[in-house]
Design a protein around this ligand. Structure first.
Ligand code: 2BA
Length: 107
């Protein structure tokens, strides 16, 4: 068994979760925050048999879209003046981790 852990944009979260549940997968959704943007994102956990991992990834990929986001930053240019230097980063579609599950029980 595997645990698929997917970090996705909040705007895609409901569509991804609905699509997974529609296909019969069990999903847990966690509200998380990205360390770089300090913006809310969503982490979903899906425990599945090994042979279902690719199908889960396909569904997540289909419904996760990459976006450009502007990050405000400041730079000290030696004048005590800190101008805003926005940087554009591309976020997502989805960031995935697939982990081995040693044991799965409902007790
Ligand atoms: P954030 O940490 O808020 O990062 C958002 C986006 O900012 C990243 O998109 C990437 O394009 C950019 N970024 C992150 N760190 C950067 C840096 N040091 N320099 C320049 N640009 C940087 P994604 O790669 O699609 O990541 C989306 C979210 O997935 C991340 O939000 C974070 O919550 C999570 N994530 C990504 N890689 C991870 C990892 N190796 N471990 C844990 N979480 C990860």
């Amino acid at each position: 068994m595997k645990m698929v852990l997917a970090i996705i944009n909040q705007d895609d979260a409901n569509v991804v979760v609905n699509a997974l549940m529609h296909e019969g997968y069990h999903v847990t959704k966690l509200s998380t925050t990205g360390g770089f943007l300090r913006a809310g994102n969503m982490t979903i956990l899906i425990g599945v048999d090994d042979d279902k991992v690719e199908d889960v990834i396909r569904i997540i990929q289909k419904h996760s879209h990459s976006r450009k986001q502007v990050v405000p930053t400041t730079t000290d240019i030696g004048t005590n003046y800190l101008p805003s230097m926005p940087v554009e980063v591309t976020v997502g579609g989805a960031t995935l981790f697939v982990l081995n599950v040693e044991r799965f029980d409902r007790v």
